[in-house]
Design a protein around this ligand. Sequence first.
Ligand SMILES: NC(=O)c1ccc[n+]([C@@H]2O[C@H](COP(=O)([O-])OP(=O)(O)OC[C@H]3O[C@@H](n4cnc5c(N)ncnc54)[C@H](O)[C@@H]3O)[C@@H](O)[C@H]2O)c1
Length: 281
Amino acid sequence: MTTMNTASNSASNAERNAAPGGGSEAATNGAAGPPVPRDFEGRVAVVIGGASGMGRATAALFAARGARVSLSDLDATRGAAVAAELTDAGADVIFSAADIRSPSDLERLAARTVEAFGRVDALFLSAGRVEAELGPMLELYLQGPANCVAAFAPQLAESDAPSITFTGSTSGLRAHPGAPWYAAAKSGLVGMTRTLALDLAKQGIRVNAVCPSGVDTPMLRATLRGSTEEIEAKLAEQAARKPLRRWVGAEDVANAAVFLASSQASMITGVSLPVDGGESL
Ligand SMILES: NC(=O)c1ccc[n+]([C@@H]2O[C@H](COP(=O)([O-])OP(=O)(O)OC[C@H]3O[C@@H](n4cnc5c(N)ncnc54)[C@H](O)[C@@H]3O)[C@@H](O)[C@H]2O)c1
């Protein structure tokens, strides 16, 4: 996949956000919502797998916190639609279709991001889809992140507060019967996170992972069989057995991911943070 599609908002937004490390004024997230700090103003976040689920929620939160967002996904149609939605809401967003398994796609994405925004501060990876075999699983969940690190480390090293945040899973922290290949890939990502954190510390780059348990996203629903009503009933029944009595939401993961990229987490690196409502305890 080599197509690069772009949806960008007005130059006035780009100009307003051009200076790094800018304003800290709080915005309001909707009339009834809590204030959202604009602490990422002047920063650029790259979100890979941003057309859906946790990637989409994290891109929206980065944008609400004032970041310019370079959104990317394998799915060009849905990715461009998400970028257009965020742009309509006042965010400064570009979209580029790219396959995380393709080093050349990622190099083009990095170049396009720097061309549009001039810098990269935060890299968040949330690409995923259901795979049955070990090989494709490792290519997507281990080779993909390795490709992203290779493509973006030089740009990140130029930032004064760079971070990489992977999306792992509680399947990388404990055994979930029935998914050994997924567990192998996500366990590998925990080791990659720890080791890269030390290797990239020399360049000031922090490396962490969010590790959700089951999150109600299209990827999770793709694993369930039955009618919509049956799936809803199954999800509600499982929620009732969880420690906090609800599913982890994509926004819960976005909150953790943006925290790990923020200045509040400036001494946190190498961590694989469970976002699981206590399920892996
Ligand atoms: N949903 C869960 O229950 C759950 C739990 C723990 C961890 N995770 C992990 O979270 C991540 C995101 O999952 P989600 O539930 O948000 O899924 P999702 O299906 O909602 O979103 C994943 C996105 O990744 C994109 N994608 C797929 N293959 C890609 C590729 N080769 N290159 C670039 N983009 C690609 C898809 O088009 C999609 O937009 C995955 O790494 C997954 O393993 C999911």
